[in-house]
Write a protein that binds this ligand. Sequence first.
Ligand SMILES: Cc1cc2nc3c(=O)[nH]c(=O)nc-3n(C[C@H](O)[C@H](O)[C@H](O)COP(=O)(O)OP(=O)(O)OC[C@H]3O[C@@H](n4cnc5c(N)ncnc54)[C@H](O)[C@@H]3O)c2cc1C
Length: 441
Amino acid sequence: MEKVDIIIIGAGIAGITSAYYLQKKFPKLNYKIIESRSDLGGTWDQMTFPGVRSDSDMYTYGFSFNPWKGKIIGEGKDIKKYLVDTAEKFDIKKRILFNTQVNSLNWSDNQWTIKTDGKDFTSDHVICCTGSRDYKAPNFPKFEGENLYKGKIIHTQSWGNEDFKNKHVAIVGSGCTAVTMAPAVIKEAKSVTLIQRSPAWIINVDSQEKSNRLYKTFETLIDYFHSRIFKKSYKKKIIAKYPYYNDTNVPSYNFWDQRPACSLDNDYFNSVNLDKVTIEHQGISNWEPTGVKLMNGKIINSDLTIMATGLNAQLLGGMSIFIDNNKVNINETSWYRGMMFSGVPNLFAHTGYINFSWTARCEIVSERICKTIDYMNKKNFISCTPKYLGKKSKPAIEANYVLRSMDKFPNRSYKFNNANYLAEYISFKWTRINDRALNFK
Ligand SMILES: Cc1cc2nc3c(=O)[nH]c(=O)nc-3n(C[C@H](O)[C@H](O)[C@H](O)COP(=O)(O)OP(=O)(O)OC[C@H]3O[C@@H](n4cnc5c(N)ncnc54)[C@H](O)[C@@H]3O)c2cc1C
C-alpha cells in the first residue's frame, strides 16, 4: 500500500483546480490524482455528442490561473484540449493515475485507506472531484415496449460515432443537451422530431461577444438576482425578446431555477423553424415498432431515437465511505459549505453551481481546502470534522437532477449557498477556518 499526503479522486475541472491550488500552496506536497477514465477532462472527455459545448461563458468557466483565449462559448473538443493543456502546463498530468476506479474509502487510525480496482493507497486527506453525476447510468426513462422498436436508441451520455445523416431522428428531452445538439442533428438528418414534455428556457448568445471574467461575473449574477426578485416581469421580458416563445412552449418553472439552455447565434431558433423539424410538447406513453407513441396517441416514426434526458445525480463517484469500517450514509449527514460532510474527517468534495460557472466554485473551494489544511498543519491538528446540525427538509440544491436523487445527498446544508457565488466568495475567502462548525483534533 502506497502512502501519499493527499489523494485527489477525479481528473476533470475540479481535480485540475484542486491540484493547481495544492501545489501552489504546498510545493513539496506528495499528492496523486486517481482517475477511472483513460484520459483527463471528466465531463469534457466523456461528452462527445454532436454540437456539445459549454452553456456558461468561457470567461468565467475557464480557470482564472490559465484564462481561456477562445470564443465566449467553448466547443466540447476545445474545452477538452484546454483542460489537457492546462494540466500539462502546470505539471499536473504526470500526477494522474489513469484507468483506476476508487471503490471505497475507510478512515481509521487517523488516515484514509483508498481501495481501488488496482493498487491501494493511504493518505491524510482525500479530495473528491468526482463530479455530480453517475458516469455509468444516465437518466434513461423506461417505457413499455422498448424491445419492439426496430430503430436504434442512444443516450447522449454514451454517444459513440452514431450516424444520423439522412435519417428520421427523434430527440427526447428539452434541457441544455437537447437544445445544444438539435441544430447539429437537424443539419444532417432527413427529419427531426423534438419531444419536449416540459419546455426549457432558452436564450441566445452571440458567439462574437467579447468580454472579461470580472464583467461576466457581475453581469451573470446581476441577471440572476434580477430574475429571482422580479420573477414575473423578468419572464415577460424574455418572452417578449424571443419570438420563439408561444402558448405551447413557455416553461412552467422560473427563469434560472435551472441553467438556461443557450442557442448560439440563434442556431436553435433558426433550425427549429425548418420544415423538416417538428416539436411535440407531450410525454411519451410507450414504444411502438416504428418509434415512440405520445400521450396524445400520436406515433413519432424514427430510425434513431436520441435520449437527451439528462443525468442521474451522484455524489462521491459512487464510492462507499467507511469510518472505522462502519459505512457512512451520506443522507444522514449535514453538508458543510458544500465541501465536507458531518462526522467524516479530512474528506473534501467539490460541487458546482447551476446559476454560475462550475469552475468558479471549484477555485474558491480549492483555496478554502488549502487554507484548512494549512491551518491544521500550523496547529498540529490531525483531523478536521464538520459537526452535525440535525435534519432539515429543504434540499441544498433545487435542480431536477438533485430532486430526483434526494436520498443520495446530505439532508441539510449549512454555511453553503449554492445559488450565490458572491456570498460564498466573501465567506470562503475572508472567514476564519475555525468557524465553530468544525471539530479539530
Ligand atoms: C454537456 C454538458 C455541458 C455542461 N456545461 C456546463 C457549463 O457550461 N457550465 C457549467 O458550469 N457546468 C457545465 N456542465 C456541468 C459540468 O459537469 C461541470 O461544469 C464540470 O465539468 C464538472 O467537473 P468535475 O471535475 O467536478 O466533474 P467531472 O467532469 O464529472 O469529472 C469527474 C471525474 O471523476 C472521475 N471519477 C468519478 N468517480 C470516480 C471513482 N470512483 N474513481 C475514479 N475516478 C472517478 C470521472 O471519471 C471523471 O473523470 C456541463 C455538463 C454537461 C454534461
